[in-house]
Design a protein around this ligand. Structure first.
Ligand code: PMP
Length: 356
């Protein structure tokens, strides 16, 4: 008997997919993944250590993560009456939504360039993906979006607000028009909310087809993997059926709950990141030949001459950022740098200048 080969069994679209690439960063200054560069204060870290050492790990975690959800509701001002769903990172929530709506020919619509996982997960789940290009100034091309909604009748629309990797907030009234025109679900992905200060949470009551998604990753807890999503019970009850029972592990539950009780620590750190973002932007703007885009997130998009060689020069000098060249045409020669500590940002500016 012939041994089965992956290429005769695995779906064609998976065979031709390129895996999400995470570069090795050992020993480097890591400004590629929108992490918070600050650690927790020593007293809170000590409290967490104590908690971890007294948490039994022989039992499964609370499948509903009830205590953690309560802390999230308080810390994140989730509107009363809305349901909350937790994911192992918001990546997992995107996947759960796609799995729930992925009928044959169902469409997932997003804008481009945006978070690449929307398109990847559409492929994972066999959905048809429609990516609507942004205008050259990274604003929403409303005429085109409304036409594509009309034509493709998407089951789900994802809009990152602020957008990754462009860093801007879209016009909130434009997003509202999209929600009103959508024949299905609209997810406003507020992964970078902490650095923007504006939210669609207050509009949940107005729009029954809206879900608002957030994550603790950019806020300082990327290692814990905790994303959450708020919206009406009508949708969340259905989506919950696809969530694997113990997706939020016991350590994430106890640690996140404790940190959320000290949410002011994280919001203060987010404020420091916003201060450093302004400093970094000003410094970048003084370098001739670099275009710096405005940012409402914890990263800045820049356009440089010869992005590939500049990126490589920066990498060889020990700083890891993200090269977006050779991807979407709107991002030609673009690099994305996460805002780090004051020292990290200074080092980045130094190696950038040496790499131009
Ligand atoms: N949404 C957006 C817009 C993002 O940029 C990211 C991370 N890059 C995520 C969601 C996923 O975040 P996580 O899975 O860490 O919650």
């Amino acid at each position: 008997m012939m041994l089965p080969k992956p290429d005769s069994i695995i779906r064609d679209e998976i065979l031709s997919l390129k895996a999400y690439h995470v570069p090795v960063s050992t020993g480097m200054i890591k400004l590629d993944a929108m992490e918070n560069p600050y650690s927790l204060p020593a007293d809170l870290q000590a409290k967490i250590s104590e908690l971890v050492s007294s948490t039994p790990m022989n039992r499964y975690p609370d499948p509903g993560a009830i205590a953690l959800k309560e802390s999230l509701r308080k810390a994140m001002d989730i509107p009363v009456g809305m349901d909350l769903m937790l994911g192992n990172g918001s990546d997992e929530l995107i996947q759960i939504i796609a799995m729930a709506v992925a009928k044959p020919d169902a469409v997932l619509l997003s804008i481009e360039p945006s978070f690449v996982m929307y398109k990847m997960i559409a492929t994972f789940t066999g959905m048809r993906y429609v990516g609507v290009p942004l205008n050259a100034d990274f604003s929403l091309d409303m005429q085109r979006i409304l036409a594509e909604i009309e034509q493709n009748q998407p089951a789900v629309i994802f809009i990152a607000y602020p957008n990754n990797p462009t860093g801007n907030l879209f016009d909130a009234e434009d997003i509202s028009r999209i929600i009103e025109a959508a024949p299905g679900l609209v997810i406003v992905d507020e992964a970078y909310h902490a650095f923007a200060g504006t939210s669609f949470l207050p509009r949940l009551a107005q729009y029954p087809n809206l879900l608002v998604m957030r994550t603790l990753s950019k806020l300082g807890l990327a290692g814990l993997r905790l994303g959450f999503m708020a919206g009406s019970a009508d949708w969340i009850v259905q989506l919950e059926k696809l969530r694997l029972p113990y997706n939020i592990n016991v350590l994430t539950q106890v640690v996140a709950q404790t940190v959320l009780e000290h949410i002011d620590v994280l919001t203060q750190q987010a404020k420091s990141i916003m201060v450093q973002r302004a400093v970094l932007k000003t410094q970048l703007e003084t370098i001739p030949g670099i275009e710096v885009f405005p940012s409402d997130a914890n990263f800045i998009l820049i356009r440089v001459p010869q992005a590939d060689s500049v990126f490589e020069g920066i990498r060889q000098r020990g700083v890891l950022i993200k090269n977006l060249n050779n991807g979407h045409p709107l991002l030609n020669n673009c690099l994305r740098v996460t805002v780090g500590t004051e020292q990290e940002n200074e080092q980045f500016i130094q190696v950038l200048m040496n790499s131009l």
